[in-house]
Design a protein around this ligand. Structure first.
Ligand SMILES: Nc1nc2c(c(=O)[nH]1)N[C@H]1C(S)=C(S)[C@@H](COP(=O)(O)O)O[C@H]1N2
Ligand SMILES: [Mo]
Length: 364
């Protein structure tokens, strides 16, 4: 057996509409948030979506160390006790995987086959990144900061630790922090225990879990997760644009009750309150519209104000349901005028696809 027999091939599109065993294997490890949890402001761990490229590493808190090095005056490392002495930060942040919606694109890129539910909102708490970088003394000319996770694997033929960098400009905005707790309890293993990065507004891939090393560079980072993965490309030799912030998206708590296999919703005729959440990684959501006739017509929903940047906002809509089959949809628009397309925006890795949700319903 040679290495080529077991490493995964380059990015590829599905030749059939059927989900493959490879995709099912990923889909049983990585799970979405059941959409009925849109009723909660904060998603309980276990119901928040999970995405892990390789295996979940179990790091021993007693021996854990985080090092800060690279283009700095004073490289150092800290343990969890020292980290806990820094000024605390806490923030509610909505997190969404950049691959959300991928399984609804055609031809379907082979990867984690998300439908609509790769999202969750938690209150993450920990320490500001700036406190650590100040202690290390970043030298002039810093361009990017690399965060290394303790997880390791092969991906498209390249052996690696999961590593992602942020441009130094993003770090300087002072919103980025290291979380040691989720909803007031220590991070669970699948969400990055004992320390993960939180980059409010950005898609999930930026929020590196199991962080063990922070390296300042005086150049852009050319590692796999920045240079090859997480780029919007149309063909193989297109270098593509980097995936960054979350495009606006609204999701609906599917009304009524489901059919077990098809998930079609059964709803009684009459007044129905439709509810859900909407968010954007760029600007507050200013408008949510609902369609109850398969996107033919749209009407404004009531929208809760934005109380914190990058935190989902609740919306509601009263629907007078009349008997028969239909399809419900919802779409969000943010303060910058960005909105959701009705159809897929196809790219090779199925990234940043914020096309509108469609909920098949039978009114009886
Ligand atoms: N170390 C490490 N960090 C990681 C990942 C990973 O595989 N390894 N997955 C990333 C991706 S693609 C997403 S969408 C988010 C998911 O975070 P969650 O599982 O806490 O929801 O973690 C990101 N951080
Ligand atoms: Mo992701």
């Amino acid at each position: 057996m040679t290495i080529d027999d077991w490493i995964s091939p380059p990015a590829r599109a599905a030749e059939s509409d059927d989900i493959s065993l490879d995709e099912l294997r990923l889909a049983t490890r990585n799970h979405g948030m059941p959409l009925e949890m849109l009723d909660l402001d904060l998603t309980p761990p276990g119901l928040h979506y999970v995405l892990v490229h390789y295996d979940i590493p179990l790091l021993d808190p007693a021996t854990y160390r985080l090092s800060v090095d690279g283009h700095v005056e004073r490289p150092f490392s800290v343990d969890l006790d020292e980290l806990a002495t820094l000024e605390p930060v806490a923030r509610r942040v909505t997190l969404e995987c950049a691959g959300n919606g991928r399984a609804r694109t055609s031809p379907r890129p082979i990867s984690q086959p998300w439908l609509d539910e790769a999202v969750g909102t938690a209150e993450w708490s920990g320490v500001p990144l700036a406190a650590l970088l100040d202690r290390a003394g970043v030298r002039p000319g810093a361009e990017s900061v690399v965060f290394s996770g303790a997880d390791h694997g092969f991906e498209r033929g390249i052996e690696q630790d999961f590593r992602r960098a942020l441009p130094y400009d993003e770090i300087e905005r002072d919103e980025v922090f290291l979380a040691t707790a989720m909803n007031g309890a220590p991070l669970p293993p699948q969400h990055g225990a004992p320390v993960r990065l939180v980059v409010p507004g950005w898609y999930g891939m930026a929020h590196v879990k199991w962080v063990v090393r922070i390296t300042v560079l005086d150049r852009p980072f050319d590692g796999f997760q920045n240079a090859t993965a997480y780029r919007i490309k149309r063909d193989a030799d297109d270098r593509g644009e980097p995936v960054t912030r979350m495009a606006p998206r609204a999701l609906m708590h599917p009304p009524g009750f489901p059919d077990f296999m098809s998930r079609t919703r059964i709803v009684d005729a009459g007044r129905q309150a439709l509810t859900g959440r909407a968010w954007s990684g760029f600007a507050p959501i200013t408008r949510v519209e609902v369609s109850t006739d398969g996107t033919a017509t749209w009407a404004d929903a009531d929208l809760a104000p934005c109380v914190a940047a990058y935190l989902w906002q609740a919306w509601s809509f009263i629907w007078e349901a009349t008997p028969g089959p239909t399809e419900l949809s919802v779409r969000a628009t943010d303060a910058d005028g960005r909105t959701q397309p009705l159809d897929q925006q196809w790219n090779r890795q199925g990234m940043a696809n914020s096309h509108v949700q469609r909920v098949p319903v039978v009114v009886r």
